[in-house]
Design a protein around this ligand. Sequence first.
Ligand code: 9MR
Length: 347
Amino acid sequence: MQFEVITAFICLAWLAKATPVPLEERASSSLNSIAVAAGKKFFGTATNQDQFNDASYVDVMLAQFGSLTPANVQKWQYTEPSQGSYDYSQGDSFASYAAENGKILCCDNLVWYQQYPSWIDSQSWTAESLSEVMTNHITSEVSHYKGKCYSWNVVNEAFNDDGTWRENVFYNTIGEDYIAQSFAAAAAADPNAILYYNDYNIESPGAKATAVENLISSLKSQGIKIDAVGLESHFIVGETPSLSQQQQQMQAYANLGVDVFVTELDVRFSSLPPTEQGLQQQSEDYQASVGACAALGSKCPAISVWDFDDTYSWIPSTFSGQGDADLYWANLTAKPALAGIESVLVA
Ligand code: 9MR
């Protein structure tokens, strides 16, 4: 009898931990609504359609987040699988899903050294011929989604960590002008979308951040439309740049006349499992990014995480042995970081 009582108690305790907060209780104070009340345009998440048949996941996603970024299906390998032959079927169904659910669509991405189609590498190009292929791709995709994208991640991750240009087929063939050409093509195809350059390890002062500042200045001096810079913000617990470092760097970008978006925020543990103290540190690290964006006011319009549920985090498959980077545990209970960033936004 005593054994049964103890078992029942343990089960109840587990259920209390494992059961997500009911939708009605969350909806009135969702992360997105708190961010909007704080003057932000939205608090969003990246996601993938194959996760949409996970009802508990969708429940939290739709309740908490105001924008959706497709983590994959708008990338070049999906949208132009063979040269000149476009396939927007998956991207379209993502865009429709966002619209049907009243979510802002953040479009991602146009030119990147990863997830582009293999036909590009299997041919040889001149600067002119690859420029044509690249701008045709951008013109087609941005025109296709014209009016539907709040923003476009136009060029992704063009620099090495030491601030030198990343060697890739676009840079090696066209030279640094591939960036200006990409932004110009995107601007011509959808003048109303917010166009941004996106990268990681550019969230605090350093050689890479300086390279991005120089790029922004160069594009502006050429009269090329660039509206914003996207700070990916993939951090490690305990190694995240401080609030003041992030504020300083965001201000440096804003001073160049661009807005700043936090585009892919997550804070991973470099070793697992996390301790209670580690979870508090993770919360503080999340708060540093959100706090810096809050402090920048209207020049930092929005924040997105690169998914919110550890079940679907990109981290473990890329950084072996690392993880627990998202705002929610795999059972969809919130980590301390969720309440932490809410308190920053409320303040
Ligand atoms: O989340 C994306 C993952 O599903 C892909 O396998 C991966 C391929 O590199 O790209 C991920 O998204 C990346 C984003 O486009 C750019 N910044 C880093 C993200 C995580 O790798």
